[in-house]
Design a protein around this ligand. Structure first.
Ligand SMILES: NC(=O)c1ccc[n+]([C@@H]2O[C@H](COP(=O)([O-])OP(=O)(O)OC[C@H]3O[C@@H](n4cnc5c(N)ncnc54)[C@H](O)[C@@H]3O)[C@@H](O)[C@H]2O)c1
Ligand SMILES: [Zn+2]
Ligand SMILES: [Zn+2]
Length: 392
């Protein structure tokens, strides 16, 4: 089959690889019909190289049709239309029973000391072949599939794989009180959808980014927006908009590749050029992550407020301003989204009325064969790209 494979920094290719097969009685085999590129894939494209193997199949936002199931699979059958969560979880362990699928005890990557395995996401997360491919082997298929109805186009349900539950959890963890205000840093797919969900819940929303079409798209749906490139001091600007106090909560939908610190950018470039072993060590210990979005969130949030991190961070030795965090009594909540936990709450919003605007959320739909150009376009935020869906 054809699949999108990692070959090095900013080097993904569409390769011929062996078709996956059922290996365990709990596996399903799915023929992929739509598969999106995520901001998290850009970390693999750029800074997470030390944790990748050449030829690793990328992608964790897939949906398609079940082709074959193992003998213990009961959640779906051949011919069903399914969407896969980005994480692989069993649905019956202690953590899954708490709604913490990201920590699933059946799929935890213990050799690396990490949580649940993810599709297409580095050795840290089990190096499981991903879903930017014609076919996908789905382990733990009883919980790692959601069966969706026939009828609407794929994109009605595709974002149940990641964008919707991630944004839902971001807003949930932000815990904005009634009548309160939420600031969302970063208006990529995750930040944009977080704004939509928070507005749907009746919150006042202020979105922050620097890319004009991303700001426009969010303001077009009724949020206030700030272009952080055009203000002297982002914290002061937001405080002026919020009675001098700051918002009740901030969602960081940027993560470790924030713009705004040229020194950190230089460090990332250096690390990308080092041999894997040394680079891996530096990524884990040297504290080179770009923390500018998190620093901005700490400054912006009101005293006693909450910061909800959905942007991915990966360093093991990042300096944080503990004096300020402690003195402002900030609550910090974070993590990968527990996808299956939120699906039942989101599903009722995926109707013909389409209150969250999922049907036209994608800006680009391209054949799988065009993945190399698609990654480049998405990373450069060129051609108005906000969300790209690949069609195998
Ligand atoms: N927690 C999860 O489960 C989960 C799931 C999916 C994605 N993510 C993470 O969420 C983040 C966003 O994903 P995405 O798909 O929207 O990616 P994206 O790269 O398209 O979006 C990031 C946005 O942040 C903006 N930005 C950069 N620096 C900024 C700054 N200092 N202040 C404000 N905005 C800034 C960029 O212009 C861009 O629009 C990524 O870190 C991704 O890895 C987490
Ligand atoms: Zn993702
Ligand atoms: Zn589990």
């Amino acid at each position: 089959m054809r699949a999108v494979a990692w070959h090095g920094k900013r080097d993904v290719r569409v390769d011929d690889v062996p078709d996956p097969t059922i290996q365990e009685p709990t596996d399903a085999l799915v023929r992929i019909t739509s598969t999106a590129i995520c901001g998290s894939d850009l970390h693999l494209y750029e800074v997470m190289g030390p944790f990748m193997g050449e030829g690793d199949i990328l992608g964790h936002e897939p949906m398609g049709i079940v082709e074959e199931v193992g003998s213990e699979v009961t959640n779906c059958k051949v011919g069903d239309r399914v969407v896969m969560p980005f994480q692989i979880s069993c649905g019956h362990c202690w953590y899954c029973n708490q709604g913490l699928n990201t920590q699933c005890e059946t799929t935890q990557v213990r050799e690396e000391g990490m949580g649940a395995a993810l599709f297409g996401y580095t050795k840290l997360y089990g190096e499981v072949p991903g879903g930017q491919a014609e076919f996908l082997r789905v382990p733990q298929a009883n919980n790692t599939t959601t069966v969706v109805p026939e009828g609407p186009d794929d994109e009605r349900f595709l974002y149940l794989s990641d964008v919707l539950p991630t944004a839902w959890q971001a807003v949930e963890y932000a815990a904005v009180p009634d009548g309160g205000t939420l600031v969302v840093l970063g208006l990529g797919p995750i930040g944009d959808m977080s704004c939509r969900i928070a507005m749907h819940k009746g919150q006042r929303v202020i979105g922050v980014d620097m890319v004009p079409e991303r700001l426009q798209r969010v303001s077009g749906r009724g949020a206030e927006v700030v272009n952080f490139d055009q203000v002297e001091n982002l914290g002061d600007t937001i405080r002026e908009m919020t009675d001098g106090r700051g918002p009740d909560a901030v969602v960081d939908a940027v993560g470790m590749e924030a713009h705004g610190s040229t020194a950190a950018h230089a460090a990332h470039t250096v690390i990308g050029m080092l041999p894997d072993k040394i680079a891996e060590k530096m990524m884990q210990t040297a504290g080179v992550d770009k923390l500018s979005a998190l620093y901005a969130a700490i400054d912006i949030v009101r005293r006693g407020g909450t910061i909800s991190l959905s942007g991915v961070y990966g360093g093991e030795a990042d300096p944080l301003p503990m004096l300020t965090i402690f003195d402002k009594q900030i609550q910090l909540r974070m993590g990968q989204a527990n996808v299956k936990r939120w699906v039942p709450e989101i599903m009722p919003l995926l109707t013909d009325e389409d209150p969250l605007g999922v049907d036209d959320f994608a800006t680009h739909r391209l054949p799988l064969e065009e993945a190399p150009e698609a990654y480049k376009t998405f990373q450069e935020k060129a051609d108005g790209a906000i969300k790209i869906v690949l069609k195998p």
